[in-house]
Ligand binder design. Structure first.
Ligand code: PEP
Ligand code: MG
Length: 957
């Protein structure tokens, strides 16, 4: 692999532009903070903190900041990233004067600890570590226990009263140093270790005695001599020189380069080197080592949470050989250290303003903090910690709101798998496949392929997972009672995904590796065959599918959760509405804080099994009279639906979209009909069949004629590209009686519930407009019907009329369109589909994964897209159209209401963009409403911070 050399020192500090000066290249921990903050304990601004990280790396900056906050950290020094750049520009050698400067600073460390590097009585041992501005875990090299040689090892054995430990440390040092600095393969050392274990008759490393380890050291040194031609360096300052150089070298090792390419980290940044004194938790009975969180990372409760071991080294706590004790026991065993620990971690939490995950060591009763970092936590803990830190005065409310990832909130509303159980399942090879994480939450159930069976068994209380190639409205009766849905085809805006999200039901969509045979009721996946009745677990948040059951948990709406959302409501400028088609969905949405319905897809109201045939009858009608008959049946159903929605949303706006069915979703499948007609034809000729099933020839002929008629009609309506076909406003313009029925139902329902005291605010929305004349015509019909119904009832209803912007031409001609629309709702699913020219039904299963994962370009993998545009709004293209429509729409009608109701309405980054555009509201599925409330608040906070930053910059000019 080619190794990009560091070309020139980037201008990170003022000194970078001038010649390298070793005096500016090495910082003791307390000095570093002072250099950046201006004083020893002053606060760092975020740009100062950034500059410190750039020059000292994340690790060096962290240690400096901890030291400055008054915490006891094993003393040490950091060599700057600038030195690394000078190392490379100077021909891969340490700059002149650098090492001398390291030794000068090290002398301070030696004084502080009363130990010296290489001292035969009180030897100082060091760790030498890399640390770049951005974390590159495990990519570069580390050396521990530096400073050991044949004499100092004895001093260490004596000081620790533990010769085994001393010799083990020594052999580890030679092994690490031999590999990293002297370039001897790890395997050569491992081989010698294994040989010794075999000869000693032991299986584990920890069973080797001090004598064994002493022998191992001898053999290791022999190996070094053989491989390098020179003895292992016993001169401790030579050891240090080699280690520092090796860490700089490791910046450009192949795995570090690979990692930086992958994570788009600049190759010119360079790494810092941190040289730190080692402390020993296994020195005596007053020594210990442990890890702790400042709060419980599972629940967020404010208690010190963690484990420790007396007379142990860091790795003993995690190695599982000895059972660590709970931190609470330390209060009895090492009371004064415990008190100091409690006070120290509180200070660290206060300093960083967040829950910390801390590693500590106690050496002879003295506490040292080795590392502190932001603690990983569950969603439940994230909410509680943020709220409580704010209530304790450590964080402002807006900072608390920024601490919670909005998407994490979903975990609190929906069941999720126990992390440990899921990890165990993964380790046991039970992960079958990963598809698209189309609708979050966890579900367990028996595989069922047939929606009828799912309905029967699901309604009887059995837990089933519906597995389909794709779903359509025909399947809805099986989707409702299922625990979760899997499809092998379709994307984030496929039918299954949209419907499942609306219901808060887990769904994994587009899982192409699921080879589904619906006839045999089998799935082939990962070399296994699963059949109907097999139990699987699906994680809709990650797209993973496991064989067997995994335990779930659900947290629910805690007091802190409600509080956080109430704070969010005070901040946000965007309203949050829900996409809901039933009174039940509307009630859920309202409970989660929705401020109205932003999209009711009326075609979803016809998805139950008793209604679907009427819709099909309406679509397939060959005459106006036939269609009117079907519409007359639909009218009372619709009236009832709308009355339910209005009542559930009493006092809030309800946007009702007139019918927008891509027809193929509602028609019988062409291939299935062809097969059915062929079977009926064959049966009609088969006397034996008629005799066996006791059907008359005449009856069979009638059935055949009916299906043939249906087939002819389906053929006639068949479209090669139904998504761009007879759908949206086109349907209501070609068959105006459909719009007439829907508008009548809306106004009749509104008048009826108004009489019962419900406050109604209907907003009628026309889908898929591309030309102003479409909207104008639809509006004229609507207004006539509205007038008629209101006149019949002698009552008026205030309503709004608007349109969706989901075709690029609509966005481009928004000024014209706004003449006839009081509101625009961006249908970003279709707008994305039509702007990119990617089919929302097929793209994700076909080429989009390649675009996202990387395609081959001259032997290299290259991503074409960073994000799935159906999940995260494409600001450059789709967003540009939206911006244009917003500006042109407003110039025509300054008080125009603007919203977004595509799936992006529930995605935090797209919500941030909606905020930037100055939209009135976002609308998303009911379970996303809390996510959107928080994301909208974060968008406001970020904007305010940006404005404050800009005005400060202005003032400072
Ligand atoms: C859209 O296109 O974004 C939209 C909301 O409409 P649908 O998904 O029903 O086409
Ligand atoms: Mg649409």
């Amino acid at each position: 692999m080619h190794q990009p050399p560091i070309k020139a020192a980037p201008n990170v500090t003022s000194s970078a532009a001038t010649a390298f000066n070793p005096k500016d290249a090495v910082f003791l921990f307390p000095e570093a903070y002072q250099a950046f903050a201006g004083s020893a304990h002053g606060d760092l601004s975020s740009s100062q903190r950034e500059a410190m990280r750039a020059l000292l790396g994340g690790k060096g900056a962290g240690l400096a900041e901890m030291t400055a906050s008054g915490v006891s950290v094993p003393p040490g020094l950091t060599i700057t990233t600038e030195t690394c750049r000078a190392y490379y520009t100077g021909g891969s050698k340490l700059p002149d004067g650098l090492f001398e400067q390291v030794l000068v600073k090290l002398a301070d460390v030696e004084v502080a600890l009363d130990r010296r590097l290489g001292d035969v009585k009180k030897p100082l041992l060091l760790s030498v570590r890399s640390g770049a501005k951005f974390s590159m875990p495990g990519m570069m090299d580390t050396i521990l226990n530096l400073g050991l040689n044949d004499t100092t090892v004895k001093a260490l054995a004596k000081a620790t009263d533990n010769p085994r430990f001393a010799w083990d440390s020594y052999r580890r040092f030679i092994q690490m140093y031999g590999n990293v600095v002297l370039d001897i393969s790890k395997e050569s050392f491992e081989h010698l270790l294994q040989e010794l274990k075999n000869a000693s008759g032991v299986r584990q490393d920890n069973e080797l005695t001090a004598t064994n380890l002493k022998e191992l050291v001898r053999r290791y040194k022999e190996l070094v001599l053989k491989e390098t031609g020179t003895p292992f360096p016993s001169d401790t300052s030579k050891q240090l020189y080699g280690a520092v150089e090796a860490v700089f070298r490791s910046w450009n090792n192949p795995r570090a380069i690979y990692y930086r390419n992958l994570n788009k980290i600049d190759h010119n940044l360079g790494t810092a080197v941190t040289v730190q004194s080692m402390v020993f938790g296994n020195l005596d009975d007053q020594s210990a080592t442990g890890v702790c969180f400042t709060r419980n990372p599972s629940t967020g409760e404010k208690t010190l949470y963690g484990e420790y071991l007396v007379r142990a080294q860091g790795e003993d706590v995690v190695a599982g050989i000895r059972t660590p004790k709970k931190i609470a026991e330390m209060a009895v065993e090492l009371p004064s250290v415990h008190d100091e620990l409690v006070a120290t971690v509180a200070r660290l939490e206060d300093h960083y303003g967040d829950m910390q995950d801390i590693e500590f060591t106690v050496e002879s009763g003295k506490l040292y903090i080795l590392q502190t970092r932001t603690g990983k936590r569950t969603a439940e803990a994230a909410v509680r910690v943020a709220v409580e830190l704010s209530e304790e005065g450590i964080l402002s409310r807006s900072a608390a709101l920024m601490r919670v990832d909005p998407l994490q909130l979903n975990q609190l509303l929906l069941p999720s798998f126990h992390d440990e159980e899921k990890d165990a399942a993964k380790k046991a090879g039970r992960l079958l496949a990963t598809g698209l994480n189309a609708s979050p939450g966890a579900a367990i159930g028996e595989i069922v392929f047939d929606p009828n069976e799912a309905e029967k068994r699901g309604s009887a209380g059995e837990k089933v997972i519906l597995v389909r190639v794709e779903t359509c409205p025909d399947d809805i009766h099986g989707i409702v009672p299922a625990q979760g849905i899997i499809t092998s085809r379709g994307g984030m805006t496929s039918h299954a995904a949209v419907v499942a999200r609306g219901m808060g039901k887990p769904c994994v969509a587009g899982c192409e590796s699921f080879r589904i045979d619906l006839d045999k009721e089998l799935v082939q996946v990962a070399g296994q065959t699963l059949k109907k009745g097999d139990v699987i677990s699906i994680d809709g948040s990650t797209g993973e599918i496991y064989v067997g059951a995994i335990a779930t948990r659900q947290v629910g709406l805690s007091e802190q959760f409600q509080k956080l959302l109430a704070w969010a409501d005070l901040e946000r400028k965007l309203d949050v509405r829900a996409n809901a088609d039933t009174p039940q969905d509307a009630r859920v949405a309202r409970q989660f804080g929705a401020q109205g319905i932003g999209l009711c897809r009326t075609e979803h109201m016809f998805m139950s099994q008793d209604r679907l045939p009427v819709v099909q009858e309406m679509i397939l009608a060959t005459s106006l009279a036939d269609r009117q008959t079907a519409l007359n049946k639909l009218l009372p159903m619709q009236r009832e639906d709308f009355a339910g929605l209005f009542t559930a949303m009493n006092g809030l706006p309800v946007t009702i979209r007139l019918l927008d069915p891509p027809l193929h979703e509602f028609l019988p499948k062409l291939e299935e009909l062809v097969a059915e007609v062929a079977t009926l034809k064959a049966n009609a000729k088969n006397r034996a069949h008629q005799a066996r099933f006791k059907v008359t020839k005449a009856r069979e002929a009638k059935a055949l004629a009916a299906q043939e008629g249906l087939l002819a009609k389906v053929h006639e309506l068949h479209e090669t590209n139904p998504m761009m076909g007879l759908r949206g406003c086109r349907l209501g313009l070609v068959y105006p009686e459909i719009n007439v029925m829907q508008v009548r139902a809306i106004f009749e329902a509104a008048i009826a519930v108004k009489a019962q005291g419900v406050v109604v605010e209907p907003e009628i929305m026309i889908p898929l407009i591309g030309h102003v004349e479409e909207l104008k015509a639809a509006r004229e019909v609507l207004e006539r019907v509205a007038r008629e119904v209101m006149a019949e009832a002698g009552e008026t209803v205030n309503y709004k009329f608007g349109t969706m912007i989901e075709i690029p031409r609509a966005a481009l001609t928004a000024e014209e369109i706004a003449q006839y629309a009081e509101f625009f709702s961006f249908g970003t699913n279709d707008l994305t589909q039509m702007t990119f020219g990617y089919s929302r039904d097929d793209a994700e299963g076909k080429f989009l994964q390649h675009y996202l994962g990387g395609v081959e370009v001259n032997g290299e993998k290259r991503k074409i897209l960073e994000d799935n545009p159906f999940a995260i709004l494409d600001r450059k293209g789709v967003g540009k159209l939206m911006r244009m429509a917003v500006e042109d729409g407003r110039s025509q009608r300054p008080d125009i209401k603007l919203g977004i109701c595509g799936e992006h309405g529930g995605d935090p980054s797209s919500i941030a963009f909606a905020h930037k555009l100055g939209l009135t509201y976002v609308s998303c599925s009911p379970y996303r409403v809390p996510v959107a409330r928080l994301a909208a608040a974060q968008a406001t906070i970020v904007e305010m911070a940006e404005k404050a930053g800009a005005s400060t910059a202005q003032r400072d000019k």
